[in-house]
Ligand binder design. Sequence first.
Ligand SMILES: NC(=O)C1=CN([C@@H]2O[C@H](COP(=O)(O)OP(=O)(O)OC[C@H]3O[C@@H](n4cnc5c(N)ncnc54)[C@H](OP(=O)(O)O)[C@@H]3O)[C@@H](O)[C@H]2O)C=CC1
Ligand SMILES: CC(=O)N[C@@H](CCC(=O)OP(=O)(O)O)C(=O)O
Length: 356
Amino acid sequence: MHKIPVGVLGASGYAGRELCGLVAGHPQLSLRFASADSRRGETARVRAAGTGAPIDVTFVAPDDARLDEAALVFSALPHGASATWSARARAAGAKVVDLSSDLRPGHIKPEVLSALHAPRSTLAMSGGGASVERGTESVEVPYGLPELFRDDVRGADVVANPGCYPTSVLLGLAPLAERGLLPEGAVVSVAAASGVSGAGNSPKADMLFGEVTEDFRAYGAGNVHRHLPEMRATMERLGADVDLVFTPHLLPVHRGILATMTVPVTELPDDVAGLWRERYAGEPFVEIVDGNVSPALRDVTRRNVVRIAAMPLQGMRRPTLLVLSAIDNLVKGAAGQALQNANLMLGLDEAAGLPR
Ligand SMILES: NC(=O)C1=CN([C@@H]2O[C@H](COP(=O)(O)OP(=O)(O)OC[C@H]3O[C@@H](n4cnc5c(N)ncnc54)[C@H](OP(=O)(O)O)[C@@H]3O)[C@@H](O)[C@H]2O)C=CC1
Ligand SMILES: CC(=O)N[C@@H](CCC(=O)OP(=O)(O)O)C(=O)O
């Protein structure tokens, strides 16, 4: 069977390697290239999702990646570098899923938007960047949370893959926002803990084993984390007018995010968990946990799922819910969701090649 060629930029990183394994295990995709920067020329062994078969992947320099030979390119490059390469991939005729924050709501710059949507003939490529000779109409880049915005993603040429924390938070809060159950001006408080793979695999002194092990701490305190603009913009789009207080924590495990959300509501639904069950009925990658039980990281790691629990908070003066949401930051929070989006963009079964 003819397989669809795809490429991975940033393949030596955590998200990129996860993508290589997913592509290797996908029944309809083949890996055309995998790039690295400092690790160009190196060969890494990845395991194909599903079968676990070992695959050797040799990283090429980004400039040597055959963008023109890929039907779709995943850009798992750092913020800042990613937008340029996404525009180059588009100019070469490939569809693009960008895993960085560069194309997300609340982040994307007008010149990036123009470069992505410019007709190929008007793109002048120079060095490592793309420039646009004339502006184009302002078209947003679809935000790739398929459970909320599937119609925007299906058949799209370019998609912004959501951040890992926003994936867990927004899927947890969406049913309340969509139903108008969040009071105007309410403060929604989110404390979320992430495994260290969320910080990427390039060497950082404060991410060394000796620095993170047997410890647990907040970072980005004071409501300043880079994911806030993306979460605010999406909550607004879902019809909620609330303040988000977001405090991330570093958890010394390899992968996984648990977001704990305290949410004032206009009224307590009779069947709280039923609200999420109804909203996500038929969604293959959403699991609702029954009873007053927290979803656990071990139930979501290496799977493209979000597990959500919701319950009323006892002893409060005003109706308030506790919503808990768990994902694997590298799968539903990055590579798995990127593949889910790619499947939709290429007209394939949305669940193809995805570990459930
Ligand atoms: N880790 C996570 O949980 C999540 C990550 N993301 C996003 O996905 C992207 C990748 O993240 P992650 O895998 O963690 O990052 P890593 O730091 O692990 O990997 C970065 C990758 O990009 C390459 N690279 C770095 N700088 C450049 C450059 N200037 N030009 C070309 N290639 C470059 C690296 O190559 P080399 O190894 O050779 O240096 C490596 O392949 C980021 O935008 C991140 O924010 C999104 C959601 C979750
Ligand atoms: C533990 C850790 O450092 N996590 C990262 C978030 C993960 C990430 O890569 O951010 P994007 O999803 O926007 O790409 C952070 O807090 O910046």
